[in-house]
Design a protein around this ligand. Structure first.
Ligand code: GTP
Ligand code: MG
Length: 198
C-alpha cells in the first residue's frame, strides 16, 4: 500500500475527545522505548511525524495520525516505566485501558516487543488483558537490526513458547521490523490494507 498523506490530528488523554470519524484505526502499544513512535514514522516515511526519544516515557498521550485521509494510526504512551505496581490494573494507565475498552473504531492493536529480550511479564499481562477485552491484536518484534536473522528466529520461537505456556493456543499474527532499515514495512502495510478491505 502506498502512503500518500500522513497528518497529525490531535493528542489527548480522554477517549471521548478522540476524533469522531468512523474510519478504521490501528494502535501501537508496548513498553516505553520499544519503538512505537519510530515505527509510525517508518511506516509513514516521515522522520518526525511522531515524536521519539532515546529516553523512555516520551509519548504521554493518545496521538491520532490520519493516513491517506481514510484510516488512523494511533501512537500511545508506553507502559512499564515509572509506574511499578503489583496490581495489573494499576500497571496500565487508566486512559490507556479506557482507550482499548471504549474505542469502537479500533480494529487492531499492534503490541510491540523488543526482539532482543525474552518474554517480559508485563507484556504477557498486557496481551492477556487484550485477550480478555476481546481486542484483536498482532505482535510486532522491533529493533531487528540489532540482532542476526538467525537469532531473531530463535527469539520469536522462544516467544511462541512463552505464549503457549501462558494459555494461548497459537502464536498470533506477527511481524519482524526495524525502523532503522524499514524491515517489515511492506508486510505491516499490506496487513493493514487487507484489514481495511474487510
Ligand atoms: P515511549 O514513547 O517512551 O513509550 O517510547 P517509544 O516506544 O515510542 O520508542 P521511540 O520510538 O521513541 O524509540 C525509543 C528509542 O529506540 C529511540 O532512541 C529510537 O531511535 C530507538 N529505536 C526505535 N526503533 C528502533 C529500531 O528499529 N532500531 C534501532 N536500532 N533503534 C530503534
Ligand atoms: Mg513514543
Amino acid at each position: 500500500m502506498k502512503i500518500n498523506t500522513a497528518e497529525f490530528i490531535i493528542s489527548n488523554s480522554i477517549v471521548s475527545k478522540c476524533p469522531t470519524d468512523r474510519i478504521p484505526e490501528y494502535a501501537f502499544i508496548g513498553r516505553s522505548n520499544v519503538g512505537k513512535s519510530s515505527l509510525i514514522n517508518m511506516l509513514t516515511n516521515h522522520k518526525n511525524l511522531a515524536k521519539t526519544s532515546g529516553k523512555p516515557g516520551k509519548t504521554q498521550l493518545i496521538n491520532h495520525f490520519k493516513i491517506n485521509n481514510n484510516w488512523f494510526l494511533v501512537d500511545l504512551p508506553g507502559y512499564g516505566y515509572a509506574r511499578v505496581s503489583k496490581k495489573t490494573k494499576e500497571t496500565f494507565q487508566k486512559f490507556i485501558t479506557d482507550y482499548f475498552e471504549k474505542r469502537e473504531q479500533l480494529v487492531c492493536a499492534f503490541v510491540l516487543i523488543d526482539i532482543r529480550h525474552e518474554a517480559q511479564k508485563i507484556d504477557l499481562e498486557f496481551i492477556t488483558y487484550l485477550g480478555e477485552t476481546d481486542v484483536p491484536f498482532c505482535l510486532i518484534f522491533t529493533k531487528a537490526d540489532k540482532i542476526s536473522k538467525g537469532k531473531a528466529e530463535q527469539h520469536v520461537a522462544a516467544y511462541r513458547k512463552a505464549l503457549l505456556a501462558n494459555n494461548w493456543e497459537e502464536m498470533p499474527q506477527y511481524f519482524i521490523t526495524s525502523s532503522l532499515d524499514s524491515t517489515g514495512r511492506d508486510a505491516v502495510l499490506e496487513y493493514i490494507d487487507s484489514v481495511n478491505q474487510e
